[in-house]
Design a protein around this ligand. Structure first.
Ligand SMILES: Cc1cc2nc3c(=O)[nH]c(=O)nc-3n(C[C@H](O)[C@H](O)[C@H](O)COP(=O)(O)OP(=O)(O)OC[C@H]3O[C@@H](n4cnc5c(N)ncnc54)[C@H](O)[C@@H]3O)c2cc1C
Length: 400
């Protein structure tokens, strides 16, 4: 495989880095001190600029107004955008919309594509994804309690979900619900599109996460479905295929996340190195950068970031060239490895900043709070280690 970056991608990544530095990083103070919804007008303006630069929706098909990048290419974009928490949103490739776009693209009917996918890609609406339940383990989602029962031409949905990221202000959710309770466990659930204006769709609250409930896109909702009635034509993909589609959604999604986390690492690393060089800790003018313990933190971080990036690009390359099934172990390995690298690098950067690192005067405390979840969502560390370990060990089983 060849990881040489093409001229096209060098240009795109260069433009994105410049845009992030000039247009988005200066907005971070406002982002940290105000509600997301209050920032929407200024972010809309930035979104217009991105469209004019023809960098909008980088991983979506050209037919829908995207850039049509493959997974490795979009990984490089995701890395550049991950340097700021505003990056993916402003380029319209943010979770959970990006994953929803992918499955609507692949499984949506023509009507669903026109009604939900097109306006989503155009950035006119937002969406969310409601799979995890309050009372049931997200790590074993076959234990799902939410049901969708057929009644006439409709499904009637009942259940309690939480961590529906960005439910506040979303136009629709893709809800996972049990439609076929008597089928084998992995064929019981289906994905159903539920417009959030439907009676019986209730956003109970934005869950406080690490001290912040957030608003709008920057929030995680608890959602109660109470006799929520939608037409059966809102079924996304075949009935009973919910888990299979969810797996498909998560494969490329994990590449996007991992590359975004490497962007987070890069930013934390830049801040750490600048601070180490600037902070004088001795009357003779010696800086933190002269201390060997700090030099070790820099070297360890540089090695970990490089390893994480190469592993992730390798996994993306395998998905692009061999398909998602062949890359299952690679995907599990990067999911826990890169999440932990990010946590280590952000922690070291925060440590080097001392008390300043704990404040919201830099972006580090935000990363520290919000990115801790990386080791939990889209499969907790333990679940990926178990899956990868089991598959690897199978290859070494004695063959008779
Ligand atoms: C910030 C954030 C955003 C999210 N966004 C969404 C979203 O948009 N839509 C959505 O549907 N969900 C979302 N989630 C939910 C997420 O997918 C779940 O939290 C995750 O699947 C874990 O499920 P759980 O919280 O029920 O933990 P549990 O399943 O109860 O697991 C708890 C812990 O147990 C350990 N564990 C689990 N299984 C095993 C095992 N087999 N062996 C050893 N240890 C194990 C792990 O350490 C795990 O963290 C989000 C979560 C967070 C934190």
């Amino acid at each position: 495989m060849d990881f040489a970056v093409s001229d096209k991608m060098k240009t795109i990544v260069g433009m994105i880095n410049e845009f992030v530095d000039k247009e988005l990083i200066p907005l971070e103070h406002e982002f940290l001190t105000r509600d997301f919804t209050e920032m929407e007008p200024v972010l809309e303006e930035k979104r217009r600029m991105v469209k004019q630069m023809e960098l909008w929706a980088p991983n979506q098909d050209k037919e829908y107004g995207g850039l049509g990048l493959n997974l490795v290419e979009h990984g490089l974009v995701s890395e550049a955008l991950g340097r700021t928490p505003l990056g993916h949103y402003v380029f319209n490739c943010q979770a959970p919309d990006a994953g929803n776009m992918e499955i609507l693209h692949k499984y949506g009917t023509e009507e669903q594509k026109e009604k939900y996918l097109r306006p989503l890609i155009e950035g006119k609406i937002r969406s969310c994804f409601s799979m995890t339940e309050v009372e049931m383990p997200g790590s074993n989602p076959v234990m799902m309690e939410t049901t969708a029962v057929k009644d006439g031409d409709d499904y009637v949905i009942n259940g309690q979900k939480w961590y529906s990221t960005a439910a506040d202000g979303a136009h629709f959710t893709i809800c996972m619900a049990v439609t076929n309770p008597d089928a084998p466990p992995h064929q019981r659930a289906s994905m159903i599109i539920v417009p959030t204006g439907t009676p019986g769709f209730n956003l109970v609250r934005n869950i406080p996460v690490m001290g912040h409930a957030g608003r709008g896109y920057s929030s995680h909702g608890e959602v109660l479905f109470q006799s929520c009635r939608v037409p059966q034509s809102n079924l996304l993909g075949p009935e009973g295929h919910g888990f299979a589609i969810a797996q498909e959604r998560l494969g490329p999604g994990r590449i996007h996340h991992c590359m975004r986390w490497i962007g987070v690492c890069n930013r934390a690393f830049e801040l750490m190195c600048r601070r180490a060089n600037a902070r004088v800790i001795n009357p003779d003018g010696r800086t933190l950068a002269r201390q060997q313990l700090i030099q070790a933190m820099v070297a360890e971080s540089a090695a970990e970031i490089q390893a994480a990036k190469l592993m992730t690009l390798h996994a993306a390359w395998r998905i692009d060239n061999l398909g998602q099934k062949a890359a299952r172990v690679d995907i599990s390995l990067i999911k826990f490895f890169v999440a932990n690298v990010m946590q280590n690098v952000v922690d070291r950067a925060l440590q080097v900043h001392g008390g300043l690192g704990m404040t919201d005067d830099t972006i580090l405390a935000y990363f520290y709070r919000h990115e801790r979840a990386a080791r939990i969502y889209d499969g907790a560390d333990e679940v990926h280690k178990i899956n990868a370990g089991k598959r690897i060990l199978r290859e070494y089983e004695p063959k008779n």
